[in-house]
Design a protein around this ligand. Sequence first.
Ligand SMILES: Nc1ncnc2c1ncn2[C@@H]1O[C@H](COP(=O)(O)OP(=O)(O)O)[C@@H](O)[C@H]1O
Ligand SMILES: [Mg+2]
Length: 380
Amino acid sequence: MPEYLPPPALCDLSAQPCAIKSALADVQRRLATTQALARIGDWTLERDSARTTWSPELFRMFERPLEWGAPDVNEISAYLSSESLERTRETFWHAIDSGERLTLEHEVVLPSGARRHQLTVIVPVADADGRVFMLYGTVQDITERKAIEAERMQHMARVAELSRRLMEVGEHERRQLAAALHDRSSPNLAALKLIFANISRALPASMDDELGLLLDDAKALLADTDMGIREICATLRPATLDYAGLAPAIREYASQVARHSHTAVELDLDERTAALPPELQTLLFRITQEALTNCTKHASATLVRVSLHCVAGQIRLQVCDDGCGFDPAQLGKVDGVTPGLGLITMRERAELAGGHFQMRSAPGNGTVIEVDLPAPTCKC
Ligand SMILES: Nc1ncnc2c1ncn2[C@@H]1O[C@H](COP(=O)(O)OP(=O)(O)O)[C@@H](O)[C@H]1O
Ligand SMILES: [Mg+2]
């Protein structure tokens, strides 16, 4: 517990009385100026007698005439707003019972009707037996700071809402684009396949050598185009996510990644995640998709492990590769290289959903992406 020390000028008994007086007056003047500038007042409260002292700045902060003297405990309570009264009382009693230094934010209603936010620091002073016999501390006016804080919180909430809306709109547009691409191309590709099959059947054996090979090439091109469009549609918005849920959608995307790269993908996926709210499944899918894309684009990994687990209302997604890794501190610092938005978007998606995003990487040591999300409705 901190010791209560009188001001140093009062201890210097060897000094001349007039010098002491002038030093004291100087200290008091400087203290009053400092308190007025900082809008901090100080107080003391004796436990047994309930006697209080207030510094002049406190009188000003509470719009209390100096000649009224420091208020008693009941008068102090009358300044507190009804929302702050009980909590303030409890905190003072807690400081007395525990002997702990405490801080407390509360609201007061001044005689003019103005409401002000204040921060009070309470320091208990105990005797040799450990019994608290007095309290002292400070009161600081934090109204402006609270207002700025509230404005900042509102601003952040607006930005978060905007980001959420942007993501929803993005997801909606991807879905529309995938549907349009599929609807426009799928019937034509199917018709072309039938036409090629009919031509094959109708082709006289004498023309087989000449046209048969060309026809085989055309069929292979058609199959490749069909597969390409399917993959683009699945990347834009996998229908599997809507029909079967997160784990099958990740499996589908992982096999696409393995097909097109030299990276093997090992999966350990909790099927119960199919019961998660659709927007959470979409979010986890998009993070996995970006992490896997990064593995093929940047990591030159031979193996990527994706694990998705749901434990006690908490989901953990981990994407871990054995690739080249990188130094996260160097992101955006390499001249001529504009960093992408993938990592930032992954973090933003996770944090907007109330989750936590972590990335660990080092050159030569692979990369780990970890996302923890609250999923209160998850029955796991
Ligand atoms: N798995 C990874 N392995 C190696 N480097 C990575 C990996 N993931 C990200 N990076 C590095 O971080 C950078 C930023 O990634 P990201 O934000 O997804 O943007 P982009 O993929 O568009 O470059 C990449 O350009 C790359 O240098
Ligand atoms: Mg990327």
